[in-house]
Design a protein around this ligand. Structure first.
Ligand code: SF4
Length: 222
């Protein structure tokens, strides 16, 4: 697959802002909050979530469609974003979106490392990997499959299952992912009740997979 190279563009920025975005010193921050990681391998851990605006993938079941347009989210100094963690006991950040790898995340992870905060990312893997990560959760999407580097470096593969055809996609993605990655199937929330029995049966049949549930939604926390 041909590597994408920063095709996503923020509008209306002056040259200086464009340069700062390229350098990862300014990022469109949609929201940030301290909570528990609800899903995947790190479920249950307290973490400071940093949600960046911008995504050009367009999953029809996306539950954060308001993140898609990066231009409506305030460009924020990366130093200030990380400074927000000072108010909490955060030992880890989860960088998510949108698709956070649209942006250069080197500065953000360097700042975390200086504060001994662990760095976790949730990504579709469709943009080149930047940043220094303690945990990469690769959640591939059919509309724009991951770059090879993401498959090679993922610590966790998390496939969202919306209907029974998605099991085939999950297996295809697992084949492309490095052999050490933890494999998760997660029910798409709006189809949760309908698809859960099939997921349970599937994992019993193919036990290399584990289930990931969006426990934060059960707990009614962000
Ligand atoms: Fe939504 Fe994530 Fe799909 Fe983008 S990749 S459309 S943020 S679910």
């Amino acid at each position: 697959m041909q590597e994408k190279n920063k095709l996503y563009k923020l509008h209306g920025l002056n040259d200086q802002q464009n340069q700062l975005v390229e350098q990862g010193l300014l990022l469109p921050l949609m929201e940030s909050f301290y909570t528990l990681q609800g899903e995947g391998y790190n479920t249950g851990q307290a973490a400071y979530f940093i949600r960046l605006g911008g995504c050009d993938i367009g999953c029809h079941w996306c539950d954060v469609k308001e993140s898609w347009n990066a231009n409506v989210h305030a460009l924020t100094n990366t130093v200030d974003i990380i400074k927000l963690t000072d108010q909490y006991q955060a030992k880890a950040v989860v960088v998510t979106g949108g698709e956070p790898l649209i942006y250069n995340l080197n500065t953000l992870t360097d700042l975390c490392k200086k504060k001994q905060i662990k760095t976790f990312i949730e990504t579709s893997g469709s943009y080149p990997l930047t940043g220094n990560w303690d945990w990469i959760c690769l959640s591939p999407k059919k509309l724009q499959e991951p770059l090879q580097d993401a498959y090679d470096k993922a610590n966790e593969l998390k496939v969202i299952v919306h209907n029974k055809n998605d099991f085939e996609f999950a297996e295809y993605q697992a084949k492309k992912t490095n052999a050490s990655a933890h494999l998760y199937i997660q029910p798409e929330w709006s189809k949760h009740d309908e698809i859960l029995p099939s997921i349970i049966n599937y994992i019993k049949q193919y036990p290399k997979w584990k289930i990931s549930l969006q426990t934060h939604k059960y707990m009614k926390i962000p």
